[in-house]
Ligand binder design. Structure first.
Ligand code: SF4
Length: 305
């Protein structure tokens, strides 16, 4: 059944001159039919570079919006219109404006997991791969507002030695991974390396060996001599890790680390999305150009990793 669906998707994709992009947290079968898999920014950069007329973004809304910000001439489709990101929804543009008023002159760095409106109110965008470098590039004497993820912000603050004004947002999926999960996983696999995403809570990160973005996890696992890894992030990445490293073993730190929004996308929805050309994600031009400035400033500091 899924091979028939995959075949129909391939036919329609050619007919529409479409490209399918899938985030590393997507269900394995969706990752398998994608032209490219990766983290949110790598996928958006791919989106901007492609000759395709249509981009089917298998991920959540802010990712499709980022693709639309970077690729205004293309049609960007999100196969499930309700695939949002609770972390991105934890701050509105109005709340960020209020914060800026309280800290006049502060530089605003926003994590890519944010709405287009929040990006438009920010000076720099960042990803979990390059947040440390972006903050390090800022003059030492400026105040920095970091939104919306407090755990990534706190990690960046420690790595850079910069005190930052943090917004109390967090990812519910990463927050589901507990200290006990790491201790239990270590007890079950004592010779494994623990890789944790910076969106995890501080106690989880303290117990981990490596703190890495999804892109960095994939690279680390490829290059490491180790044979076993405990993975403290959304479990979807284990599909790619296993595919890329057949001789190595990967264990989810917690079976609860499943993002319900990422898992809204199915092969059927990808097919319907191409059949009916829905759901189109657009960003009003005035917001798009300002949000693009924050993304462009990030790319000017360093290319996406
Ligand atoms: S894993 Fe967390 S940050 Fe990523 S889309 Fe899901 S809720 Fe948002």
């Amino acid at each position: 059944m899924s091979s028939q669906l995959a075949e129909k998707i391939r036919e329609l994709k050619a007919e529409r001159n479409a490209v399918i992009l899938a985030h590393n947290y997507q269900p394995g079968e969706v990752q398998d039919i994608a032209d490219f898999t990766g983290d949110s920014l790598a996928l958006s950069v791919r989106a901007a570079q492609t000759d395709a007329d249509v981009i089917v973004f298998c991920g959540v809304r802010f990712m499709a919006e980022t693709a639309a910000i970077l690729s205004p001439g293309k049609i960007v489709l999100l196969p499930d219109k309700n695939a949002g990101c609770p972390l991105a929804d934890m701050i509105t543009a109005g709340q960020l404006k209020d914060l800026k008023q309280k800290h006049t002159g502060a530089v605003v760095v926003c994590y890519v997991n944010s709405s287009a409106e929040v990006k438009a109110e920010s000076d720099y965008c960042c990803t979990s791969s390059n947040a440390v470098e972006i903050v390090e590039s800022l003059p030492r004497d400026v105040e920095i507002i970091f939104v919306p993820d407090q755990h990534l912000g706190q990690f960046v603050s420690e790595r850079t030695g910069r005190k930052m004004i943090l917004w109390p947002g967090y990812c519910i999926t990463h927050a589901a991974i507990t200290e006990d999960d790491i201790k239990n996983a270590r007890a079950a696999h004592p010779d494994a390396i623990v890789m944790a995403h910076p969106e995890c809570t501080e106690p989880v990160k303290v117990l981990s060996d490596q703190i890495l973005s999804t892109g960095q996890m994939l690279k680390f696992a490829r290059q490491s001599e180790a044979k076993k890894f405990i993975v403290a992030t959304e479990t979807g990445i284990i599909h790619t890790l296993k595919k890329e490293n057949p001789g190595k073993e990967f264990f989810a730190a917690s079976s609860r680390a499943v993002c319900p929004n990422m898992k809204r996308i199915t092969l059927e929805k990808v097919l319907w999305s191409l059949e009916d050309m829905h759901y189109k994600i657009t960003v009003p031009e005035e917001i798009r150009t300002r949000a693009k400035n924050a993304l462009d400033r990030m790319v000017a500091v360093l290319p996406a990793k």
